[in-house]
Design a protein. Structure first.
Length: 246
């Protein structure tokens, strides 16, 4: 199954806290994880957050600034963001292809501006601030249930099949075959539901898999892997391993 790794943790800032919680069973077809990223005390230097390409949609809540929240989707390349010396974010990471909400209100990267969209994110953010991460995860689960009820998110059978057969997929043709779709049909479905063309979607999945295991089974050779990782993240494998934990 697809198990996206949303960020590289900067080894220079070991005191930054990352918490993850799995969703309840009935939400696992749409939510990958609930996440918390925070500093228990001010850092000496600004923190550089390395957001990996993962094709997921996120809802982000800034716990230090209740007016800041939003929906964010990453592209096929990573982003490095300066979060400063103190921060506290709580996120929902949705699986790729399940978001059905207003695409005009989706931003890229961490949200820094006050939210002005249609979802009740600011009211929810105020309630999250008063809770610990366990309570926040429960509140976020209730919010996701409401998104399901109103059709803002739905399970995506095409991406579900891709994730179930991820180890068998080596080309776009394999992806189309496991979904029982023609390449043209797959192109339309993935572009509409994930924002990615099949080739770019496959590149993201391969990169994510390479972060978990032996990349040689996913790439033609070592130089291909090095080129792909550097194009997506700006780092060679050796540089990335020295700077980040995944």
């Amino acid at each position: 199954m697809y198990d996206p790794k949303g960020n590289g943790k900067d080894k220079a800032a070991p005191t930054v806290m990352f918490n993850e919680a799995e969703p309840p069973d009935h939400l696992r077809g749409v939510v990958h994880r609930f996440l918390e990223l925070r500093t228990p005390a001010p850092l000496v230097d600004d923190y550089r957050f390395h957001a990996l390409p993962d094709a997921c949609t996120y809802i982000v809540f800034d716990q230090r600034h209740p007016e800041i929240a939003g929906v964010t989707r990453l592209r096929a390349s990573s982003e490095e963001l300066n979060l400063g010396k103190m921060f506290h974010f709580v996120n929902v990471r949705f699986l790729p292809g399940v978001w059905q909400g207003n695409r005009d209100q989706i931003c890229h990267g961490i949200i820094k501006d006050p939210y002005g969209g249609d979802l009740p994110l600011l009211a929810l953010n105020k309630t999250l601030i008063a809770q610990d991460f366990e309570g926040q995860s429960a509140a976020l689960s209730q919010f996701v249930e409401e998104l399901l009820r109103t059709g803002q998110i739905i399970a995506n059978p095409v991406t579900e099949k891709i994730f179930q057969h991820i180890d068998e997929i080596h080309a776009v043709a394999d992806m189309a075959a496991v979904c029982a779709l023609s390449p043209r049909q797959l192109q339309r479905v993935l572009q509409r539901t994930t924002g990615f063309a099949p080739h770019d979607f496959l590149k993201v999945l391969r990169l994510q898999q390479s972060l978990e295991g032996e990349p040689s089974v996913l790439y033609a050779d070592q130089s291909h892997f090095i080129h792909s990782l550097r194009k997506a993240t700006g780092y060679t494998p050796g540089q990335y391993a020295r700077k980040f934990d995944v």
